[in-house]
Design a protein around this ligand. Structure first.
Ligand code: A2P
Length: 268
């Protein structure tokens, strides 16, 4: 069966079928795409949802994906890795406008404002496709209502892998309505680990050495003023979380908001 040839949704609780509106390939490993958004589909910026395609046997193959678009957007955007033999992404990377993609009905997640107590400065620490939920958060006006400063870090192996996050932050700063809110608050800090780049090294190293803070001209991480969202690989989460704990931060959740929240970056 063609990757695009999805079958009709079978139940009122199962996934809906959405139309691919656009696809943009960034590198041979990364791409983004936009889907139609059902009128009844509600989510909070920063949440994830199941998306996928039908398998040859007619059963849905679904994986968790962070929604990269903000909650006010009429379309849904996703940012994905391409895994050559990945069950879903080996096929998902071939979608073109007009194809159908399955969309789950229950978005959820912890990288949301509701899981953080008020603060002055918001840090969004991401690696790889872990930037996706922050593409949503930085395009949400609520982010600028709640914080005086929003620092989004994105660390990748190669320079070209920073393109998506740079583009999203640039577009936000130049956006007709968001620009006014984000200008003077939103900062993108990109770093690269396996090629030469002005900021080199893992985010954890840049935090531990203090270089991140001196580069940005801000004081070191402080639970009194700062709030943190983290999204990356399991190892990155564990290491970055430890640095937050060491700095005296308390982990939050939807039920018990606190000073930092984490979520695994999803990959197919
Ligand atoms: P490195 O090149 O030193 O492994 P990946 O694609 O493997 O998820 O990695 C994305 C980025 O995250 C890479 O720049 C990688 O650096 C970095 N990274 C990997 N593990 C960690 C970790 N434990 N803490 C912080 N950054 C990490």
């Amino acid at each position: 069966m063609d990757a695009a040839a999805a079958k009709p949704a079978k139940s009122a609780t199962g996934p809906t079928e959405e139309t691919v509106l656009s696809v943009k390939h960034y590198t041979d490993r990364l791409f983004s795409f936009r889907l139609s958004r059902p009128a009844a589909f509600r989510f909070r910026s920063g949440e994830f949802v199941m998306i996928g395609l039908y398998k040859d046997n007619g059963k849905p193959l679904l994986r968790a994906y962070s929604i990269a678009s903000p909650s006010w957007d009429e379309e849904l955007e996703f940012y994905s890795i391409k895994v050559p033999d990945g069950p879903l992404t080996s096929r998902l990377q071939k979608i073109v406008p007009g194809d159908k993609v399955l969309l789950g009905r229950k978005p959820t997640g912890t990288l949301v404002h509701d899981a953080l107590v008020p603060g002055k400065r918001l840090y969004c620490f991401s690696t790889g496709t872990g930037f996706a939920p922050f593409a949503s958060v930085v395009r949400d006006p609520e982010t600028y209502e709640k914080f005086d400063e929003v620092i989004v870090t994105h660390t990748c192996r190669e320079v070209a892998e920073l393109d998506y996050s740079k583009q999203i932050v640039d577009e936000t700063l130049n956006h007709e309505f968001l620009g006014e809110l984000a200008q003077g608050k939103l900062v993108h800090y990109g770093s690269v680990t396996r090629e030469d780049y002005p900021h080199k090294g893992r985010i954890t190293e840049l935090m531990s050495s203090g270089k991140l803070y001196s580069d940005l001209g801000v004081p070191a991480l402080n639970p009194e003023t700062d709030r943190v969202m983290i999204c990356g690989s399991m190892e990155m989460l564990a290491d970055t979380k430890q640095l937050c704990l060491d700095a005296g931060f308390v982990e939050g959740s939807n039920a018990t908001p606190a000073q930092f929240v984490i979520e695994k970056a999803f990959a197919g």
